[in-house]
Design a protein around this ligand. Structure first.
Ligand SMILES: [Zn+2]
Length: 212
């Protein structure tokens, strides 16, 4: 039988109530009490997991990211049920690495350096606009202002820029990024170079450079 949210509610409340008699400050526990508390806590965690599973099962759509975000680390693919996706990580907002590299290869974006060695802003330059998705309890007017209060829903709108975290690049993509940089195929905004180099790049010292 499919778990239901309401069906799990009573089990969760019972599990949480079972913890209460066992709550003491740390140094007041006897070993027996601590055992009882641990068991009650494990029961509550299991009940919470059941409720979470029931909530997920109740959603008509479960967003599955195309791959784990290497910036955020592997996560629950169903973290945001109903989330429509916008070509970026739903947790940190970084563009997916494959999309980032494809846009660099296409040359239809500019990069705005930052003072972080792991982050860059990426702006559309005559290519497809980026997408920005957010959840809201309000309607949003065409001019970008907030409208009437409605039920929770997801909104995806065009955005002129987004961000990218370099941690998301695979080693092969890092190598390709350096190639594009050295070939001067990256369109870097002011000041025209990375004043803080991405963490996987370094200036080659003169003694390491091939003789001319
Ligand atoms: Zn992320």
């Amino acid at each position: 039988m499919e778990p239901t949210v309401l069906g799990q509610r009573d089990a969760l409340l019972a599990a949480l109530k079972a913890i209460l008699p066992h709550v003491r400050s740390d140094n007041e526990y006897t070993s027996g009490e601590h055992e009882a508390y641990s068991q009650a806590l494990a029961g509550a965690k299991a009940a919470i997991a059941q409720v979470e599973a029931a909530i997920l099962a109740a959603q008509p759509v479960a967003y599955t990211p195309p791959h784990a975000c290497l910036h955020c680390g592997p996560g629950d693919a169903n973290l945001l049920p109903g989330y429509p996706g916008d070509d970026g990580c739903p947790r940190c907002g970084s563009l997916w690495a494959d999309t980032f590299m494809a846009r660099l290869e296409a040359g239809d974006v500019t990069l705005a350096p930052t003072d972080k060695d792991y982050k860059v802003y990426i702006r559309n330059d005559d290519g497809a606009p980026f997408k920005q998705t957010f959840g809201s309890h309000h309607e949003w007017n065409p001019d970008g202002s907030q409208g009437a209060k409605v039920g929770f829903h997801w909104i995806t709108r065009d955005a002129p820029q987004t961000k990218f975290y370099f941690q998301a690049l695979s080693p092969e993509q890092q190598t390709r990024f350096v190639e594009l940089y050295n070939a001067k195929r990256l369109k870097l905004e002011f000041p025209g170079h990375f004043y803080r180099l991405p963490f996987f790049m370094r200036i080659i010292p003169p003694e390491e450079q091939p003789a001319k």
